[in-house]
Design a binder for this molecule. Structure first.
Ligand SMILES: [Zn+2]
Length: 113
C-alpha cells in the first residue's frame, strides 16, 4: 500500500510506499510547537512529487534533522535527516491522507533527551 500527503496549499506533496501503523508524539521543543505526529521511513520508500523549490528548511542544535515546511502555506508534511539506522524521512502524519485513528501513537519524552 502507499499513502499520499501534502501541505495545505499543495505545493509540497509526496507519496510514501508503505502504510504507517505506528507513530510518535514527542514533547521536544519543536515537536510540541508544530503538533507533529511522526512516522519514520527510509528514503527509498519516499517520493517527493513536487519541486524542492517550494520547501524551506530550518535546523537547530546539532543540525542532524532538516525540519522542512512549505514556503507558501507553512505546513510541514515531512522532514529529513539521519536516524540511528541511517538516512530517514520523518513523515508528519497530520499532513498525510490517512485516518489517524487507525495509527498507534506512542508518546516520546524528547524534551528529556
Ligand atoms: Zn503549501
Amino acid at each position: 500500500m502507499a499513502i499520499t500527503g501534502s501541505c495545505h496549499c499543495g505545493a509540497v506533496a509526496y507519496t510514501l510506499d508503505e502504510d504507517p501503523v505506528d507513530a510518535i508524539s514527542c514533547n521536544c521543543s519543536i515537536c510540541r510547537r508544530k503538533g507533529y505526529v511522526l512516522a519514520f521511513a527510509t528514503p527509498d520508500k519516499f517520493r517527493l512529487e513536487t519541486s524542492r523549490e517550494a520547501i524551506s528548511v530550518y535546523t537547530f542544535k546539532n543540525h542532524i534533522i532538516r525540519h522542512q515546511f512549505c514556503k507558501i502555506c507553512g505546513c510541514a508534511p515531512f522532514g529529513e535527516g539521519k536516524g540511528p539506522q541511517g538516512p530517514m524521512v520523518a513523515i508528519n502524519l497530520r499532513c498525510a491522507d490517512i485516518d489517524l485513528d487507525k495509527v498507534t501513537i506512542t508518546p516520546v519524552d524528547g524534551a528529556s533527551l
